[in-house]
Every structure is written in C-alpha cells, then in structure tokens.
Design a protein around this ligand. Structure first.
Ligand code: PEP
Length: 252
C-alpha cells in the first residue's frame, strides 16, 4: 500500500508574510484530522522558514521547488541541499516543466539534481510530462520514457523510498485542462513499468507517482481513485487553504 502524497507547489507566489498566513490556514484546516496521506507544501525559497515555523508540531511538511547541484560557492542566486536541510525541508521538486521551459533545464541537469537531493537525504519529486504537440502526435510515451530513464540512469534502487515521480502533462498545467482519469492511469502505469524495468517489480510498486495538472476539488476524486495515481502535485488550488484541504479530504 502506497501512502498518498498531496503536494502543493506555490511557484513564485507568497512572500514570507503571506506564506505564514496561508500556512497557518492550512494547519487550522487540518487540525484534529487524522490524515493518513503525506501533506507537503513547496513555497518559494524565501518563504520556506515561515512555512516551516507554521507547520512545526503539525503533520504538514515543507519542501522546495528547485535546488542547485553544488554544496556552496560562486553560484549567484542559487540554493543548495545543505541549506534546505537546515530549514527543515523534507522534499525537493526537480524538473518542473516551468524549469525545463523557462530556465532551459535539460534531462542531464535534472538527473544530477535528483541524485544530489537523494545523496543529501532529502526526498525528490521528479516532474515529467509531454507537451500538447507530443500528445497530439502520439509521441507522449516516448517523451516521458526519455525523461524518466535519464533520471533512473543516475539513481539506484536503494533510493526508492525517497523517490517520487510527478506526471504533469504540460498542456494541463495552469490551463484548467486536465488529463482524463484514463489518460492519467495509462501514463502512470507506463511510468511504473519503466520503474519495474530499472529496479524490479517490488521496488516499482513502492514508488509514488503523483498526477499534476489543474487538479482541484472538482476533479480530484476521479484522478486519485486511479490505481497508479498516488497523490497530486497541485499548483493553483494549493494557494487557497480551503481548496487544498478539500483535496486532502478527498484523498482521505
Ligand atoms: C504545477 O505547478 O505543478 C501544477 C500542476 O499547477 P496547476 O495545478 O495550477 O495546473
């Protein structure tokens, strides 16, 4: 049985003051609930301490949206895994499609980042997903296979417990478009087959594969009820404590 992971990606929203208010709202919304899912919020770097403070003593966890591959040095504007460990982060997202598109991150760099995160005892959420033209041309599985394999070539099965994949079709992120439950299940099953090829069936069965792309309370039930959908990576709907909490209720 895989523990569901409901993760919020706040992207470049909510500085420390707003983040603290939003995080306090989430703690209040989950107070007294005996959640069996893992619940995670990934704020901007600068707001991580505020969210960590708000979450301390609760079952909510904090993570980061990105990281650098080095420990420290002349890398202006970057943040390292040791710094994230110092703030109480447990998870790091790597390879989000916005990082791939706007910051030109390629599969090789994303694989290095994933490896670094795992080496430094953090959990990694590796985002993969095809663009609309790939879906339309029927090339979506090839794209996702390449993205997944690039990371699996650099990470070994010993890391399986700390390894999460998020399938996020680019055409569904922030667009209001959502993959159908069947499309999501089909791709998640495909990704699990790639994990099984690399690490064996038993390890593949343990890995959580999240769906991301306009998940909201209205569509969470049908997506989360798919056999191979083990949670959600949620952008827009994680910026309102009530919507995010409603999705957690549905997961429960
Ligand atoms: C995301 O940012 O990973 C995401 C899925 O965003 P949204 O839920 O807004 O589509």
């Amino acid at each position: 049985m895989r523990t569901l992971l409901i993760a919020g990606n706040w992207k470049m929203n909510a500085g420390p003051t707003e983040a603290k208010e939003l995080a306090d709202g989430m703690v209040a919304a989950r107070q007294g609930k005996d959640d069996s899912s893992d619940i995670l919020i990934c704020p901007p770097f600068i707001s991580i301490p505020a969210v960590a403070e708000s979450f301390s003593g609760s079952h909510l966890k904090v993570g980061a949206q990105n990281v650098h591959t080095e420990d420290n040095g002349a890398f202006t504007g970057e943040t390292s895994t040791s710094m994230l460990n110092d703030t109480g982060c447990e998870y790091v997202i790597v390879g989000h499609s916005e990082r791939r598109e706007y910051f030109h991150e390629d599969d090789a760099l994303i694989a290095q980042k994933a490896k670094k995160v795992l080496t430094d005892d953090l959990k990694v959420i590796v985002c993969v997903g095809e663009k609309l033209e790939d879906r339309k041309s029927g090339n979506h599985e090839n794209i996702v296979r390449t993205q997944v394999k690039a990371v699996l070539d650099h990470v070994d099965a010993n890391n399986a417990d700390n390894f999460v994949i998020a399938y996020e079709p680019v055409w569904a992120i922030g667009t209001g478009e959502t993959a159908t439950p069947e499309q999501a299940q089909e791709m998640h099953q495909f990704i699990r087959s790639l994990l099984a090829d690399a690490w064996g069936e038993d390890e593949a069965e343990k890995i959580r594969i999240l769906y991301g792309g306009s998940m909201k309370p209205a569509n969470a039930e049908e997506l989360l009820s798919q056999t191979d959908v083990d949670g959600g990576l949620i952008g827009g709907a994680s910026l309102k404590a009530e919507s995010f909490s409603d999705i957690i209720d549905i997961a429960e």
